[in-house]
Design a binder for this molecule. Structure first.
Ligand code: HEC
Ligand code: HEC
Length: 278
């Protein structure tokens, strides 16, 4: 590098980058006295490449569910990667760019409710993120709401990988999570089934939930593409409680659309555990 002349370095940087660099340091270059800044002729091709379009494509849920299940186990990437990759990765497989250009591994962040925090179920985050590549909030929010409401009230898991099981084979006990939160979804399943959160059967359950969420997400997405998507699932709690706690009501403190029942339903599970507790 030391033997490289300044001209060599500039040439090596490349014309396109050079234009930007010189625009930013015009004063310095002018002082150097080689007149490059004065040229101001940024090299440009006549045909500016257009960005590949992120348009949604219909998918086959039966094909994608096993991919979601396997994605969960793949290098421990987990539920959020599993659902996202089964949707966008499947588009990449069929249509190439831009879908196959996505840095899929970043979706690992959603695993276990975002970096092990147990907030949103990662499989839901993955699916909602896939929607977000194609639809802005006005279009997307009802799709997300339909998926999330379905999740709240569905007995999981449904999917059975059969001979392809990677954690534990055979049927698993099911439980309705009542909540989109990873913590409530997993812990209430553990409580109901007597299976520890650290047990491989729990991982197996979440891998299967990843497949279930992917299938439902694709069903909603396909309907959206066909123009037949009509949100059907309503929350009684949201409507009842929102009547007073919603925007512009008597006690307008409510933020969010989660079903209120698991946390404000008065069940024994959410009473004080800091006193008189084993
Ligand atoms: C008829 C109107 C009304 C309805 C319906 C209603 N609330 Fe309230 N709620 C209130 C009012 C008024 C307060 C007093 C809070 C304040 O100062 O704004 C309150 C307070 C609360 C509080 C905080 C204080 C406390 O007592 O714990 C929670 C939590 C709450 N409501 C949840 C709910 C949930 C969940 C539902 C649905 C099952 C619901 N509310 C339905 C009017 C209502
Ligand atoms: C995942 C659990 C969870 C869900 C689901 C949930 N809440 Fe809450 N909510 C809380 C917690 C925890 C607080 C804070 C309580 C405190 O102040 O100690 C809170 C606070 C509130 C408050 C403010 C008053 C207060 O006690 O701080 C209202 C009103 C409220 N929630 C209504 C609702 C309604 C209506 C729904 C359903 C549409 C809902 N919440 C869903 C857990 C939840």
């Amino acid at each position: 590098m030391t033997n490289m002349s300044r001209r060599d370095v500039l040439g090596w940087l490349g014309g396109a980058a050079l234009g930007g660099v010189l625009a930013g340091v015009g004063g310095v270059v002018a002082t150097a006295g080689d007149g490059l800044a004065a040229k101001n002729d940024k090299p440009k091709l006549k045909e500016t490449p257009k960005p590949a379009a992120w348009v949604p494509h219909k998918l086959n849920a039966v094909e994608c569910a096993p991919v979601a299940y396997a994605g969960y186990w793949d290098d421990g990437l987990g539920c959020c990667y599993g659902s996202f990759h089964a949707i966008i990765g499947a588009m990449g497989e069929k249509f190439g760019a831009p879908y196959n250009q996505f840095p899929f591994r970043m979706m690992e962040v959603g695993k276990s409710g975002i970096s092990e925090w147990g907030t949103i179920c990662g499989a839901l985050l993955g699916a909602a993120s896939a929607y977000a590549l194609f639809w802005g909030r006005k279009e997307r929010d009802p799709m997300v709401t339909e998926l999330f409401r379905w999740y709240e009230r569905t007995a999981f898991p449904i999917y059975d990988p059969g001979a392809g099981a990677q954690g534990a084979a055979g049927p698993l006990p099911t439980h309705v999570p009542g909540s989109v939160l990873c913590h409530i979804s997993v812990s209430s399943w553990c409580q109901a089934t007597g299976i520890d959160a650290g047990n491989v059967k729990r991982s197996e359950r979440c891998a299967r939930v990843t497949a279930d969420v992917t299938s439902k997400a694709i069903e909603i997405m396909n309907a959206k593409i066909d123009g037949t998507f009509a949100p059907a699932l309503k929350s009684q709690a949201e409507a009842a409680c929102g009547a007073c706690h919603g925007k512009g009501k008597v006690s307008p403190m409510l933020k969010g659309r989660m079903d209120c029942t698991p946390c404000h339903g008065g069940s024994a599970h959410v009473q004080d555990k800091f006193h008189n507790h084993p």
